[in-house]
Structure formats: structure tokens, C-alpha cells
Design a binder for this molecule. Structure first.
Ligand code: NAD
Length: 491
């Protein structure tokens, strides 16, 4: 008897870790199936590292610091990074497809995002010989000067929503500064990070400079990395609760930290704004990455005279979002990246309704033939939201926009700042004075005026308050991978 069901494709195999310049089987880790969020079925087998694997990776990273990499002048590190950036560019489409396979992010978004990383690596290469110290005037009895030296071995721990971007934001400055790295991608989306190993090897990086060890956080590679006495810094992107656990665990060995955490960003639309453009940005930002971005303008603050108009436009635009197979380039929005996130989003939608917000559109899992088994959610819009509601205070990480009305500048600023977070904010107005007045009073690490989600390698990015510590991107990021050594020479 023949079956109408197509035979399942064999699982892709990413069953080795990248340690000390080579792909190796895990010693005490495991092999785990990675789930395709568009179908809910496994699509790949991935190696997760255990404690011995992390020990090996950290030892390789430490040894590399003492080897040729540690003595390499900045311009030679720059040349290696440039070669890597070129290989990355040549591979960008394949990387974007893999990123979409693993995370469910719509391919058109993956292409746009991954397409920019090569430029970022080039920019970091241009800074690899610029970490200069200074001389300190004293008197003739001493010569005092500072040197900027790499912080050492970096444990880079990344989230599942933007694996390649988060890796780029850490690897770029860490390598420019002369550090070595053990990269631990999120357990849900480890594949593209492992692919980077091939590119680092092909670019000619000495063994051990970059090591890639997927695994779980708790009771796995993440926890072992944080506790490891030979890791000098943890560069972490993820949730605030995880950051606190890491901070406590890393305190034992007095590590350095940078934390890029969550957000609940206000996106303020004044009635005098170019509403067409503002709506484009506000709706795009609500559905980007299926709502799984730390920078989403998930609280849309709308001035009352245009509130009803904006609610109606949001609903109409939500209806035009093509939600479907993420590898189809016509798709705007893919599924949520994993089952747990799907459940979280649906539960917040129930919360919003129970809190008395008005569900304007969406609010359910999609179940069409092109969605079968996948973690798809309809773009969802809540109106009549008060900033006291949980859907306005907590990070949902799904395609859920909460539209909050306000009367004037003072109220907009008060609502915008009434949050535990402080990552990003956006405001739209045609009044230049108002733009500056409001922007200067918002407690967030990034404020966009008449644009949204414009982020470049050169613009520092990071949070106030519960959104994090330190900055990624910009020369500020380079700084966070350097120590200052002061030398005083008696003359
Ligand atoms: P998460 O905190 O659950 O996991 C992030 C990483 O930490 C994963 O690699 C995980 O395995 C690891 N981890 C978990 N527990 C650990 C432990 N005890 N010790 C060491 N490592 C551990 O976060 P997530 O759910 O993967 O990502 C979503 C979060 O990331 C959201 O809050 C989002 O806003 C945030 N984020 C922030 C930025 C930013 O730049 N600010 C960017 C992307 C995502």
C-alpha cells in the first residue's frame, strides 16, 4: 500500500562542536533534535556541549591568547576579520536560509539582516588597531602611560530570536579587541552559529580564537561557561531573569559583564506626525520577527485626535500581513520560534482580553493548510490599553501591539517612562522643538525620531534600567572588551 504522506526528509546533521579550530563530536554532551517552527517537526540533529566540552573550548581559547593571536598586531587581526567578513558576505544567502529554517524568521527579513553583518565585521576590522592608550603628565621622575589590553576569554551567550546578529555584535568587538571567544548559541536555534566555525577556519583564524559550543543554559553549556574560572567576561543577550542568575553565578569569579536584555518600547505618534510614515514604521515594528525583537515598539502611544484613525489603520494593515511559510520570500511574517513562545504569546492575548483591553484584530493561532503544525499567530492589535495592564508592562515577544491613548507631551513622556525597561523608544512629530524636548526626557538607550529600528554597527545600542548593562555596537562596545593597564616607569 502506498501512503499519500511524503516521506520525511532526512534530518540535517550539525552533530559536531567547533573547538580549537576543528569540528569535533561532543565528549560528554548530547545530540538533540532541532524543531522547525514552521512545521513543529524536527529538521536537524545538533550537538550540545557538556561540561568537558566547555572545559576544552575554554582551554583552547586561553591557549590561543598565549599563542600567535595574543601577539598578533592589530592590523593583522584586522586582515583576518576582513577575510572572514568577505567569506560571510559570499555565504550570506545560505546563512539567511539556515537562520530562517532554524528560527522561523521570514526569509526576506533574514536576508536583510544577515546581508548587513559583513559590513559590521568590516567596521570592527577597521578598529582592530585603534585601541590606543594615553600618556599621563607627571614630572621628570616617572613616565606614566596606559595601554588597552584585551579582557581575555569571552563567553558569548546569545538568544534564539536573532542568533547571527547577536553573535556578530559580540564576535566583532571581541575579536577587534584581541579577545578569544567561546560562543554558546541558544538551544532552540544553534545551527547558524555552528556554521560560523567553517568561515572562521577558512579565513585562517588560529585555532582556539573562536569556539562554538551549543547547549542548554541551565544545567548545560551556558551555566558551565558562566561558572568557569578561566572565562574573564560574559557577553549576554537574553532575558532579565537569566541575566540575574548569570550575574550571581559569575560573581564568584569576578567576571566582567555586558547584558543586552528585554524591552517594552514606547512608540509615540503625535497628531502632527506624517501619519502614513509613522504607521508604516509602527506596524512594521509590531510584526517584525513575528514580534520577537527586543526593540519592538510594542507600546504604541497615540495622541487622542488621531487615536481612532490609527487603531483602524493598524487593524487594516494587520489584515494585509502575509503570515506563512517563512522560506517563501513573499511571506512577511513566519511562526513564533518555538512552542513555548507560542504558548506565552497566546496566554498574554488572553490576559489582555481579561484585563479589559479591546481585541481589535487577531488574537489566535493560525490553522490554515500553510500553517499546519507550525507556531503561527495572527497579527494582533489591542486598543483601549492602559499602561497599568500587564500587556503594556511585560515583554510578550509576540506580534501583539498595544495601543495606548494620550493627550499631551507631558502625558506621553510619563507613560513612555513608566516602565521597568529602557531599551529603545520612537517618536513621530513634525515639530522639531517637540522632537528634542521629548527625546531628551526619555529614559532609554536609543531614541528614534521620525524613524524606527534604525541600527548600525557604529551606533551604540543597549539599555537603561532593566534593559541591560553596557553597550553593543559603536566604539563603546570595543571598550567593554578591553582592560586598562597603567604603567609607571621610574626614569
Ligand atoms: P534567555 O535568557 O532564555 O536565553 C538566552 C541565552 O541564555 C540562551 O543561550 C540560553 O541557553 C542561555 N541561558 C539560559 N539560562 C542560563 C544560565 N543559567 N546560565 C547561562 N546561560 C543561560 O533569552 P531568550 O528567550 O533566548 O531571548 C529572548 C530575550 O532576549 C528577550 O527578553 C529579548 O528582549 C532579549 N533580547 C535582547 C536583545 C538586546 O539587544 N537587548 C536582543 C535580542 C534579544
Amino acid at each position: 500500500m502506498t501512503s499519500a504522506r511524503p516521506a520525511a526528509a532526512p534530518l540535517a546533521r550539525y552533530d559536531q562542536l567547533f573547538i580549537d579550530g576543528a569540528f569535533v563530536a561532543p565528549e560528554d554532551g548530547s545530540l538533540v533534535e532541532s524543531i522547525d517552527p514552521a512545521t513543529g517537526r524536527p529538521w536537524a540533529v545538533v550537538a550540545f556541549g557538556g561540561r568537558r566540552d566547555v572545559d576544552k573550548a575554554v582551554a583552547a581559547a586561553r591557549a590561543a591568547l598565549a599563542g600567535p593571536w595574543g601577539r598578533m598586531p592589530g592590523h593583522e587581526r584586522a586582515a583576518l576579520l576582513r577575510r572572514f567578513a568577505d567569506l560571510y558576505k559570499a555565504q550570506a544567502r545560505e546563512l539567511a536560509i539556515l537562520e530562517t529554517r532554524d528560527s522561523g524568521r521570514a526569509l526576506r527579513e533574514s536576508l536583510a539582516d544577515v546581508g548587513g553583518h559583513s559590513n559590521a565585521y568590516h567596521w570592527w576590522a577597521s578598529l582592530a588597531d585603534k585601541a590606543a592608550g594615553r600618556t599621563i603628565p607627571f614630572d621628570d621622575s616617572v613616565h606614566a602611560f596606559t595601554s588597552r589590553v584585551p579582557v581575555g576569554v569571552v563567553g558569548a551567550i546569545t538568544p534564539w530570536n536573532v542568533p547571527l546578529m547577536a553573535a556578530c555584535w559580540k564576535l566583532g568587538p571581541a575579536l577587534a579587541a584581541g579577545c578569544t571567544v567561546v560562543l554558546k548559541p541558544a538551544e532552540q536555534t544553534p545551527v547558524t552559529s555552528l556554521e560560523l566555525g567553517r568561515l572562521f577556519a577558512a579565513a585562517g583564524f588560529p585555532p582556539g580564537v573562536v569556539n562554538i559550543v551549543p547547549g542548554t543554559g541551565k544545567d548545560g553549556a551556558g551555566e558551565y561557561l558562566v561558572a568557569h574560572p578561566d572565562v574573564d567576561k560574559i557577553a549576554f543577550t537574553g532575558e532579565g531573569a537569566t541575566a540575574k542568575t548569570i550575574l550571581r553565578a559569575g560573581a564568584e569569579t569576578m567576571k566582567r559583564f555586558t547584558f543586552e536584555l528585554g524591552g517594552k518600547s514606547p512608540h509615540i505618534l503625535f497628531a502632527d506626525a506624517d501619519l502614513e510614515q509613522a504607521l508604516n514604521a509602527a506596524t512594521n515594528s509590531a510584526w517584525t520577527l513575528c514580534g520577537q525583537s527586543c526593540a519592538l515598539g510594542s507600546r504604541v502611544l497615540v495622541q487622542r485626535p488621531v487615536y481612532d484613525q490609527v487603531v483602524a489603520a493598524f487593524a487594516a494593515r494587520a489584515g494585509r500581513v502575509r503570515v506563512g511559510p517563512p522560506l517563501d520570500e513573499a511571506t512577511h511574517m513566519g511562526p513564533q520560534a518555538h512552542a513555548e513562545q507560542l504558548a506565552k504569546t497566546l496566554s498574554y492575548i488572553e490576559t489582555g482580553t481579561a484585563e479589559g483591553a479591546q481585541l481589535v484584530t487577531g488574537g489566535h493561532r493560525l490553522a490554515g493548510p500553510e500553517h499546519a503544525g507550525g507556531y503561527f499567530v495572527a497579527p494582533t492589535v489591542f486598543a483601549g490599553v492602559s499602561n497599568a495592564m500587564r500587556i503594556a508592562r511585560e515583554e510578550i515577544f509576540g506580534p501583539v501591539a498595544a495601543l495606548i491613548p494620550f493627550d499631551d507631551e507631558e502625558e506621553a513622556i510619563a507613560i513612555a517612562n513608566d516602565t521597568a525597561y529602557g531599551l529603545t523608544a520612537g517618536l513621530w512629530t513634525s515639530d522639531v522643538g517637540r522632537a528634542h524636548r521629548v527625546a531628551s526626557r526619555i529614559r532609554a538607550g536609543m531614541v528614534w525620531v521620525n524613524t524606527y529600528r534604525f541600527i548600525r554597527w557604529s551606533t551604540p545600542y543597549g539599555g537603561f534600567k532593566a534593559s541591560g548593562w553596557g553597550r553593543e555596537n559603536g566604539i563603546e562596545a570595543l571598550d567593554s572588551y578591553l582592560e586598562t593597564r597603567t604603567t609607571i616607569v621610574s626614569t
